[in-house]
Ligand binder design. Structure first.
Ligand SMILES: Cc1cc2nc3c(=O)[nH]c(=O)nc-3n(C[C@H](O)[C@H](O)[C@H](O)COP(=O)(O)O)c2cc1C
Length: 170
């Protein structure tokens, strides 16, 4: 059993993670004709050889219900001008709104929705699912990728920290 962490640790922990100002991504999923996607801060490459990328999805999110049984997910890089897309996917929930009616997208590898407003994207096969707590980790092995033609400045946590998530985390 994991012991409860004291507030005197949680507060500075949260501050350190916030100050790290990590990039935010949009993860999309498809199950038959249903599409979903949400803004994700819990995401990072976790192995070089083989390439592996970890995405943490909240079990409270509509996107999780679609991703739960999916074999593949798409991960989108946003540039510093990507706030509106981040707002659509981070402050709205697919339970109430079809986000794909409000943005440019096309069908990509594995039938996944690919966002036209993203600076770059890759698709990945889900090779492992790990229960972390209120988020489930999806470990992805890249299957296709489209990089920006030139380096971009990514949209980072500090620019979206004030958004109210469309679904409160568990
Ligand atoms: C800054 C920020 C970071 C977020 N990071 C994550 C995350 O890492 N994983 C996740 O599942 N949800 C994350 N969310 C929450 C979802 O993006 C949000 O609840 C979204 O509206 C869920 O949409 P859905 O119900 O259509 O899946 C984040 C939201 C914000 C504003």
């Amino acid at each position: 059993m994991v012991s409860r962490v004291a507030d005197s640790v949680l507060r500075p922990f949260d501050t350190i993670v916030a100050y790290a100002d990590a990039p935010v991504w949009i993860v999309t999923a498809r199950s038959e004709e249903r599409r979903a996607g949400c803004l994700v801060g819990f995401a990072a490459q976790v192995s070089i050889e083989p390439r592996r990328f970890l995405v943490g999805l909240s079990t409270a999110n509509h996107t999780f219900t679609i991703a739960e049984g999916a074999r593949h997910l798409a991960v989108h890089l946003l540039d510093a001008d990507g706030f509106a897309l981040a707002q659509l996917f981070g402050a709205e929930t697919g339970v109430e709104l079809d986000k794909f009616e409000h943005c440019d997208w096309h069908t990509g590898p594995h039938g996944l929705p690919i966002l036209g407003g993203a600076a770059g994207w890759f698709t990945g096969e889900v090779v492992q699912r790990v229960e972390f707590g209120d988020h489930i980790g999806f470990v992805l092995a890249p299957t296709a990728a489209h990089a920006p033609a030139a380096p971009v400045r990514s949209l980072r946590y500090d620019k979206v920290a004030d958004l109210d998530p469309g679904q409160p985390a568990d």
